[in-house]
Design a protein around this ligand. Sequence first.
Ligand code: ACO
Length: 376
Amino acid sequence: MGESSGTGFVAGLEDVVAAETRLSGVYGEAGELIIAGFPVEELARRASFEETAYLLWHDVLPDAGQLAHFREELAGQRNLSRATLDLLRAVAAEKVPVMDALRMAAGTLSPGTDEEEALALVASLPTIVAAYSRMLDGGELVDPDPELGHAANYLYMLTGEVPGAELTRALETYLSTVSDHGMNASTFVARVIVSTRSDFVSAVVGAIGALKGPLHGGAPGPALDVVFEIGDASRAEAYLREKLGRGERLMGFGHRIYRVRDPRADVLAAAAERLYTTDGDTELYELALGVEQTALRLLAEHKPGRNLQTNVEFYTALLLHGLGLPTQLFTPTFAAGRVAGWTAHCSEQRALDRLIRPQSLYVGDKDRPWVPLEER
Ligand code: ACO
């Protein structure tokens, strides 16, 4: 969808450049993603989440001392306040969906300087998700362990068990892979909010709301549900054809920017393969590969020339499932990774200090006669 006949209006702001950023570059035709100078394949394979967050915030990798200090700072902010826990308990009683609980709980974080808020947001999003998930399951809360890193802590707080190196590495890879991605919808929301000189907590609360939608971060749960519903690769074609015939979109496929395969899908596919082939459900992994191939073939038929390819969400679903996470935690876990990028964008926007205020084109009537209430 391009510009509407010379008016300047571009539905969806497609191809409109809304910011300059040093945080990430998305090259849709080449299928490349650069995060703070590193190809995503390199960063995701090597970095801990702390290194990625530090890199995004400071534009340099931390040395050993800086990394240790940053880990300590995060550990100091991981425990939740009474206010946050009370809110989570209240909404757990109502079985509020996890993303809504996360949005509300993030809003209870104390106001502070930009740096303090960024640290509190990054440190506590996983604690909020883990605590809420255990509340929903009726389990005892597991306090964060200051000896564990960020990714390992998340799995520990969710399950009560210290995860092995393999699982921790898979989650580090996931969190770094999704840490930033150009001017995606939730990042744009965060920048708009900060541009009004509002605070980082408000910006992240708004961003969580944007991420929740199925066209953005809400896709992986439904993507995995489809794989489960298909159940056997031989049923994939009939099932997916029916979905497309009903005008539905296949979750985990297509992207606004990428015209070739989303490079994050490859990174996560490799991580998922490692996870499933070492001690996972290889049957599920094979089934997912079969479903992906069928979906790609049908999408090529359905939208010839559009080149709809696998996006990050398809393999997110598989990887996070392999990590033992239930589907309702997929999008909240995405938020726990993307919050590093959101807060870094908030800092960039703060430094720019320019109100984001585009225009709209009025297309309504201009000369309506006022009709008195009794005559309507
Ligand atoms: N399944 C079926 N048809 C699709 C799909 C899909 N996954 N994606 C796009 N199409 C169709 C559209 O319906 C549209 O058809 P039309 O021209 O007849 O209306 C055509 O392909 C072009 O699509 P656009 O609307 O231009 O695509 P857009 O850039 O707006 O969409 C989006 C990108 C939202 C990701 C889309 O591909 C989609 O809905 N995918 C499924 C949801 C999903 O996986 N979301 C996660 C995205 S990744 C992320 O945000 C982290």
